[in-house]
Design a protein around this ligand. Structure first.
Ligand code: UFG
Length: 333
């Protein structure tokens, strides 16, 4: 048992979950990673222990909770491919919504009354001049986003019925890598813009396809708010600290509050890497909102959180260093 206690981190072997484990360990907690390793990576679990399991497996969850008696659960486990969720919605409702319900019932029965939930910005997109707050109406346009909203509703109801106190962190586009280079992004398949553009810069891909350049934005490409993964991890620790001191249930948006277009990201990569990125313009990707930019004011005010690594060059620079390490590993494999 560490000084501040044990935290069960469901999905702790994933991109954001592993960064949260590092931040928790630094803050004096012991992160217990619970992960099926379907999308997570064993190499990302450096702040042990790793307990392999699926959140749909209630008996396994109970076993780990009984062994470690965590004071809180942090929940990152989710399938997160929007296109996949449209073709196989059952998988998303079963795992993301049903699995979360399992986790919540395990928390209730294990006397754990603190919960931090990773959500995402679940709206169908706003004009780029509008910053999205937690009050902005949510219009889920795919099963992935709908499943996240269902869990938010479950948290409210478990709070009312069982006294569960939860913090929902609704984040925008997670990006970057651990500044120490210990962990970073690696999805299979990779669909996210920054790693794809970096692969094109390093010659791992011939070009980047820009999914539509006819949006109603200044350069015609979609706008997103890219938030550094270490900043996200820091917000998770602040959420746990708040719950530890008795805070009630709350929801926060996490982003930098600045939007970057697809073309602006490509330019940032060219600037950081000094390499030219070949592009092609393709059709719009199904389900892409034109602009998602946060207002994270509440997280600043209440959690005393503010992004420390907001500069695009910082985010892209760390991701570039990490992608070069990955490339070297791939070549040795
Ligand atoms: N894009 C391209 N070409 C690519 C990849 C992405 O033009 O090869 C564009 C997308 O169309 C989008 C922007 O780059 O406009 C960002 O795309 P990402 O896939 O990196 O991120 P999304 O905004 O689609 O995804 C975010 C999170 C996901 C989450 C999704 C659901 O990163 O994990 O929101 O809302 F699933």
């Amino acid at each position: 048992m560490s000084d501040r206690g044990n935290i069960l981190v469901a999905g702790g072997a994933g991109y954001i979950g592993s960064n949260a484990c590092k931040a928790l360990a630094r803050a004096g907690y012991l992160p217990i990673t619970f992960d099926s390793l379907v999308h997570g990576h064993e190499w990302a679990v450096k702040w042990v222990p790793l307990k392999r399991g699926d959140i749909l497996d209630r008996a396994r969850l109970d076993q780990v909770i009984t062994q470690y008696r965590p004071s809180a659960i942090m929940h990152f486990t989710a399938f997160a491919y929007v296109g996949d969720s449209l073709t196989d919605p059952g998988k998303y409702y079963r795992n993301n919504a049903g699995g979360s319900l399992n986790l919540l019932e395990a928390a209730r029965d294990g006397d754990i009354n603190q919960f931090v939930f990773s959500s995402n910005c679940a709206t169908d997109g706003m004009p780029d001049r509008i910053r999205i707050t937690v009050e902005t109406p949510q219009h889920p346009i795919n099963p992935y986003r709908a499943s996240k909203l269902m869990v938010e509703r479950m948290l409210t109801d478990f709070g009312t019925a069982h006294g569960l106190r939860s913090v929902t962190l609704s984040y925008f586009n997670a990006a970057g890598a651990d500044p120490d280079g210990e962990i970073g992004e690696h999805h299979d398949p990779e669909t996210h813009l920054i790693p794809i553009v970096l692969d094109a810069a390093s010659g791992q891909r011939p070009h980047v396809t820009i999914f539509g350049d006819d949006y109603d934005t200044p350069d015609g490409t979609c706008i997103r708010d890219y938030i550094d993964v270490s900043d996200l991890a820091d917000a998770h620790v602040k959420a746990i600290l708040a719950l530890d001191t008795g805070a009630g249930s709350q929801t926060f948006n996490l982003g930098n509050g600045t939007g970057f277009s697809v073309r602006a990201v490509i330019e940032a990569v060219e600037h950081v890497t000094g390499k030219k990125v070949q592009t092609k313009v393709g059709p719009r990707r199904l389900g892409d909102p034109l602009s998602l930019v946060s207002s994270a004011d509440a997280a600043g005010r209440i959690l005393l959180w503010s992004p420390q690594r907001a500069a695009t060059d910082t985010i892209v620079g760390d991701a570039w260093t990490w992608s070069l390490d990955l490339t070297a590993e791939r070549m040795m494999a």
